[in-house]
Ligand binder design. Structure first.
Ligand code: APR
Ligand code: PHB
Length: 389
């Protein structure tokens, strides 16, 4: 088989890139290890910046997003009894949209056949070859036989654990990592949200987040030590803890219900440089991870594929190789700013086990500053709604 761009991974990054390329008449094939049902079973964050909404609109795949997405004009930081509202719309003129990442993936997946986007599911042992040349190729096994796809470029959209990043030699790679000493225990339940806007809470017992998927489906999180076991957290225990950490006002509005899903996810900040080597471009979680505080993961995948599709279309349609040459630097400039914001919001809103009274006093001072400074609130708001691409 032969194509122009071989895309590895059919998560949001791979599918968005595939659609963007097909919309411009560039040939591509997406290779995905799992089944569509498996890909759609992964529950992840659900706050979309303008870059992600614009991308779906550009593709003409925003019908459900427009109909079902909840426009959020602000969000809240809670510190004990105090609630600081960040008025994103008032401060930046922009809002975010709450729409589950799973729904984005489903919309992209459902539209693929009609748009001529070929996605091959169930590909085993995917391997990248000759990425430093102008004729890279990908091999895999499916249904007991071997396959090969020749391409001009490979787009590694295969998440944190995929093979693409590892195809870049250690001699040119730089890795930056911060692992956090806690994870987020999340619960999804078919109950109305306790508040129409998100609440990020820093309580003396730890972090909590009240989020949602719709007017009838809520998503909540608390942070727990990584040693914690899911089976020790009954639904009742988790609802009790959420009520304490979110504070009395939110607690009074919490509706409890059975968990549709409950899981613990570790928190990590990670950046891999460069995001291009030879004919291989990395996009999304394949190149970077953010802690979920601020919900930047999917939005960074969207900005990466925006830059990557422009670069690849430049190559194929305008015979312009500057975009590909500059892809890594352009994408990383935005990645690092989102990394900084996710890390600083994580530090501000969590109680780290190694922190003492000084670090806590710094959190209190910063929250007090934010509560009383329009400049500080504007800085948080413009990062939350997303920096320009
Ligand atoms: N071969 C083929 N496909 C693979 C392989 C492989 N060896 N390894 C991984 N994949 C697939 C995964 O099964 C998954 O469907 O690559 C896809 C990567 O998808 P994601 O992990 O969702 O990553 P990405 O598309 O970059 O999306 C970024 O997802 O993880 C969240 O917070 C993150 O919101 C962000 C978004
Ligand atoms: C979510 O709704 O899952 C969510 C929202 C905001 C975050 C993280 C996760 O910062």
């Amino acid at each position: 088989m032969k194509t122009q761009v071989a895309i590895i991974g059919a998560g949001p990054a791979g599918l968005m890139l595939g659609h963007l390329l097909r919309a411009e008449g560039v040939d591509c094939v997406v290779l995905e290890r799992h089944t569509p049902d498996y890909v759609l079973s992964r529950i992840r964050a659900g706050v979309l910046e303008q870059v992600a909404v614009d991308l779906m609109t550009r593709l003409g795949l925003d019908d459900r997003l427009k109909a079902e997405g909840l426009v959020e004009e602000g969000f809240n930081l809670a510190d004990g009894e105090r609630l600081i509202r960040i008025d994103c719309m008032g401060l930046t003129g922009k809002s975010v949209v709450v729409y589950g990442q799973t729904e984005i993936t489903k919309d992209l997946m459902d539209a693929a056949p009609g748009r001529g986007l070929e996605v091959i599911y169930g590909t085993e042992d995917v391997a990248l070859h000759a990425v430093e040349s102008d004729a890279p190729y990908v091999t895999w096994r499916k249904d007991g036989s071997d396959h090969r796809l020749d391409a001009r470029f490979i787009a590694g959209c295969d998440g944190f654990h995929g093979p693409s990043r590892k195809a870049i030699p250690a001699s040119v790679a730089r890795e930056y990592e911060r692992v956090y000493p806690f994870g987020w225990l999340g619960i999804l339940a078919d109950v109305p949200p306790c508040n129409h806007e998100l609440i990020y809470a820093n309580h003396e017992r730890g972090f909590a987040l009240a989020s949602m998927r719709s007017h009838t489906r809520s998503r909540y999180y608390i942070d727990v030590p990584l040693t914690e076991k899911l089976e020790d957290w009954s639904d009742d225990r988790l609802w009790d803890e959420l009520a304490i950490r979110l504070g009395p006002d939110a607690a009074a509005n919490i509706t409890r219900g059975p968990a549709l899903e409950k899981s613990i996810a570790p928190l990590r900040s990670y950046v891999f440089e460069p995001m291009r080597h030879g004919s291989l471009l990395l996009c999304g979680d394949a190149a970077h991870i953010v802690p979920p505080t601020g919900a930047k993961g999917l939005n960074l995948a969207a900005s990466d594929v925006h830059y990557a599709s422009e670069a690849l279309c430049g190559h194929f349609k305008r015979n312009d190789s500057d975009g590909v040459a500059g892809y890594s630097a352009k994408a990383l400039a935005r990645v690092w700013k989102s990394e900084r914001f996710s890390w600083s919001l994580t530090k501000l809103m969590h109680r780290f086990p190694e922190d003492g009274p000084f670090e806590r006093a710094m959190q209190v001072a910063e929250l007090d500053y934010i509560a009383n400074s329009k400049a500080a609130q504007t800085s948080i708001a413009e990062n939350y709604v997303g920096l320009p691409v």
